[in-house]
Design a protein around this ligand. Structure first.
Ligand code: HEC
Ligand code: HEC
Ligand code: HEC
Ligand code: HEC
Length: 380
């Protein structure tokens, strides 16, 4: 399924107008022919100066791109670490020692008229920093591969370094100032969070939606097939397991009736409406005991645990005897496991608690709602 994601990300980068893309062993996970075929399909400018095909001793990808921007020529090259495992390509590719290649490439770019030289580093934090310290002539480096997020970049000798964090949640902007002789005088970098104040681009939102919808459908089909194979094996529940609210309702009808009026009871339907019900990173907070022994696995095998139910707050029902003897109190901390800053920025216990209070004490004030609503189809 990750191959679908790989295609999609490449398509999206193309739509964004990306000028150059750094490459490392992660892009080689499906092998070198796969990467080459995809590159041909998407025509994405991928660069890596120190990745070679063993047989021909030629670089697998373009080592750099040279781009005219106004009156300035920008040379952008890529480097990856030579200490990594190339996976399925380990017999056919080799990675040269990065700093020697960097020196060579910077010289070549300058010879070809590059005013500014940018490195897309896939060397990780330490190796990347060491490299720009050792090699002169790199004006800016974008550090990649498990680097931390720093809101302001910093100057390493004469190189402006950008630390953009992981997973494309941030966009870095590097400003370089050149003097009359076209030499860089100052540079600074800042990283921006893509928050709601940066609106969605229509074409991109449509592209994402089209992809996630069909991806979700495909995963649903796979899960069904898997579940079908597993029936008959009689997966015995863990000795400690979740029961689902239907069982609790037998003895606690009043609490159950109140719970049904809360949004918690609809939390699974919300994900279905958003077509994100197979996305593992979404499911966790919208079901009972996700990925815990005896908890929600998928809709086929644990339908009764979909949604935020009694045990999400009160704990595992098979331990009921114990907790009715020495009840585990529900506190604000229980809520905060799901009502995080990210998904529930307006969470305030005093304001939210009356809505879930089974005795109906306290006045229900209107709630601010969640930024996650953007996932719902228009009008929901
Ligand atoms: C067979 C009946 C039965 C079932 C099923 C049942 N309970 Fe109970 N529950 C009780 C009884 C009896 C008490 C004790 C009532 C009392 O002391 O007032 C109790 C007490 C509780 C309490 C209060 C503890 C306290 O005193 O603060 C909670 C919370 C609770 N149950 C939750 C659940 C949940 C969640 C489920 C489902 C996983 C569940 N119960 C299933 C019978 C049941
Ligand atoms: C297992 C995760 C989880 C826990 C624990 C949890 N919630 Fe929620 N809560 C959710 C989800 C998911 C939603 C959104 C449901 C929907 O709209 O589909 C939600 C919605 C709500 C809403 C409705 C918000 C609205 O806009 O109407 C209130 C109120 C609320 N929770 C209060 C609480 C309180 C108070 C606690 C702690 C006592 C708590 N929740 C614990 C996951 C959780
Ligand atoms: C950390 C737990 C958590 C994760 C992860 C999570 N959610 Fe939620 N979600 C919540 C809570 C809590 C609320 C209610 C927040 C509030 O109203 O304050 C919520 C609300 C929502 C709502 C709004 C429902 C409404 O009626 O207003 C949607 C839609 C939603 N989530 C979808 C998603 C999707 C899609 C994902 C994955 C990208 C996701 N959630 C991941 C906990 C989570
Ligand atoms: C969002 C969290 C949450 C959910 C979901 C939830 N409860 Fe509760 N429940 C509470 C809180 C908070 C209390 C009061 C404080 C306490 O007892 O720890 C409470 C109290 C109770 C009590 C003690 C008696 C009472 O009314 O005060 C019972 C019984 C109970 N809940 C059963 C259930 C059952 C059954 C469900 C599912 C149908 C359920 N709860 C779902 C948070 C929740």
């Amino acid at each position: 399924m990750h191959q679908d994601l790989a295609w999609f990300l490449m398509d999206a980068m193309k739509v964004m107008g990306t000028d150059a893309v750094g490459v490392s062993e992660r892009e080689l996970r499906f092998g070198m022919s796969y990467l080459k075929a995809q590159q041909k399909r998407v025509q994405l400018p991928m660069v890596c100066a120190n990745l070679y095909v063993k047989k021909t001793s030629k670089p697998l990808l373009a080592p750099y791109v040279l781009k005219q921007v106004g009156t300035v020529k920008v040379g952008i090259f890529g480097l990856m670490s030579n200490a990594v495992d190339l996976g399925p390509s380990r017999d056919s590719l080799r990675v040269e020692e990065p700093s020697a290649v960097a020196k060579r490439t910077v010289a070549e770019l300058r010879r070809k008229g590059a005013t500014v030289v940018v490195l897309l580093s896939q060397l990780g934090k330490v190796e990347g920093e060491d490299l720009v310290t050792a090699v002169d002539g790199i004006d800016a480096v974008i550090l990649g591969r498990s680097v931390p997020l720093l809101q302001k970049g910093r100057l390493i000798k004469a190189t402006v370094a950008c630390y953009g964090g992981e997973q494309g949640q941030y966009v870095g902007r590097t400003l370089l100032t050149l003097d009359a002789r076209r030499k860089m005088t100052t540079g600074e970098n800042e990283t921006f969070i893509l928050g709601p104040e940066i609106p969605e681009k229509k074409e991109m939102a449509a592209l994402v939606k089209g992809f996630t919808d069909s991806f979700n459908e495909k995963l649903q089909k796979l899960q069904k097939e898997k579940a079908a194979k597993e029936t008959g094996k009689a997966v015995q529940g863990a000795p400690e397991h979740f029961l689902g609210g239907e069982i609790c309702a037998r003895c606690h009808p009043a609490e159950s009736a109140q719970w049904k009026t809360t949004k918690h009871a609809q939390a699974w339907e919300t994900l279905v409406a958003a077509k994100q019900d197979t996305v593992a990173s979404c499911v966790g907070c919208h079901v009972v005991g996700f990925r815990q022994a005896g908890g929600f696995k998928d809709l086929e095998s644990s339908k009764e645990l979909a949604g935020v139910q009694c045990e999400s707050c009160h704990g595992m029902g098979s331990a009921h005897e114990a907790f009715s003897a020495a009840p585990r109190r529900v506190t604000e901390l229980t809520c905060l496991t799901c009502h995080t800053k990210e998904v529930s920025p307006g969470f305030n216990y005093a304001l939210y608690e009356p809505h879930i209070n089974h005795k109906g004490t306290g006045t229900r004030q209107p709630l601010p709602g969640s930024p996650m609503r953007k996932y719902l189809p228009a009008g929901k």
